[in-house]
Write a protein that binds this ligand. Structure first.
Ligand code: TPP
Length: 303
């Protein structure tokens, strides 16, 4: 996820090959990765624009992701959109709804359908802190709570909603505090610690899968970039970036593994080289793949 997004934001976007918004989840990778890895084949995921890890965990090939950003026909939206507004129903990845918060009632609707059909599956509903100040978030969570629907809510609290800091958009200290208003359990975890995220998600999934209704996890993290590639985030104190860079989720996991002799620095160097080679090949494949045929422009438009 880190290297795909680096290629997208730091190279392809700057070369003018990507148009429009260009969001990344730099520094937040532990959240989609630590949680989505728990999803069974027939569970459903409603990710946000910071959750590329969920797409990779579900098996979306990097070349399709690059094709999406480059507006190519081989992307999941077949060249209709050029950023994270994508999904793949075969992989049970619900396309991201651009309007913040709107995915939350959709997650509830999917969970209601699962419950009606007596299926043992759960829905992973991802959102940022800003989304929790939207009306549709509250209606969606309330509905799921009342109906005891199998939804795991995963909030990436990265402290900003675009340029709005947390204390300017909510009057409670934690997103988790909101859960009491709906009678659902919640916990707060270090969102940069992939193992902590994973363990909390395991508790949440067990709760939802066993018919006890929704569960909210608030992952405290930090957005290590601007809102989108055009945004230099001048409104964020540089000292915050320095502070949070020490808690980089990938470096934290590497340290954890090296300390336990599960891997060595050399293993990570080799892994990194393999990842870069895979990213090179996927990006090159996408750049050489065709744009959509203009004659297909209205395909998929329903009247
Ligand atoms: C209803 C709505 N308002 C505004 C926007 C523009 N917008 C896109 S992302 C975003 C910030 C959302 O903040 P948050 O939910 O905290 O997620 P983050 O981007 O920090 O991960 C905004 C304002 C939008 N897409 N939808």
């Amino acid at each position: 996820m880190r290297e795909i997004e680096n290629r997208i934001e730091l190279k392809l976007y700057r070369q003018g090959k990507i148009l429009g918004g260009c969001y990344t989840g730099r520094g937040q990778e532990a959240i989609p990765v630590g949680s989505a890895i728990l999803a069974e084949k027939d569970d459903w995921l409603c990710p946000t624009h910071r959750d590329m890890g969920a797409f990779l965990v579900r098996g979306m090939e990097p070349r399709r992701i690059f094709a999406q950003y480059l507006g190519r026909a081989a992307g999941p939206t077949r060249g209709r959109d050029g950023n994270m507004h994508m999904g793949d129903l075969e992989l049970h990845l619900v396309p991201i709804i651009s309007s913040i918060g709107a995915s939350v009632p959709v997650a509830g609707g999917i969970a209601l359908s699962l419950k009606y059909r007596g299926l043992p599956n759960v829905v992973f509903s991802y959102f940022g802190d800003g989304a929790t100040s939207r009306g549709d978030w509250h209606e969606g969570v309330n509905f799921a709570a009342v109906q005891k629907l199998p939804v795991v809510y995963l909030c990436n609290n990265n402290q900003y909603a675009y340029s709005t800091p947390l204390d300017k958009q909510m009057a409670v200290a934690n997103v988790a505090d909101r859960a009491a208003g709906y009678g659902i359990p919640a916990e707060i975890v270090d969102g940069n610690d992939v193992i902590a995220v994973h363990e909390a998600a395991r508790r949440a999934v067990a709760h939802a899968r066993s018919g006890h209704g929704p569960y909210l996890i608030e992952c405290k993290t930090f957005r290590m970039t601007g809102h989108s590639a055009h945004d230099g985030a001048d409104y964020v104190a540089r000292s915050l970036f320095e502070e949070w860079s020490k808690k980089d989720p990938i470096l934290m996991l590497q340290k954890y593994m090296v300390e336990r002799n599960w891997a060595t620095e050399v293993d990570f160097k080799q892994l990194h080289a393999r990842i870069l080679a895979e990213v090179d090949a996927a990006a090159e494949w996408a750049e050489n793949s065709p744009l959509p045929d203009p004659a297909t422009m209205l395909d998929g438009v329903y009247e």
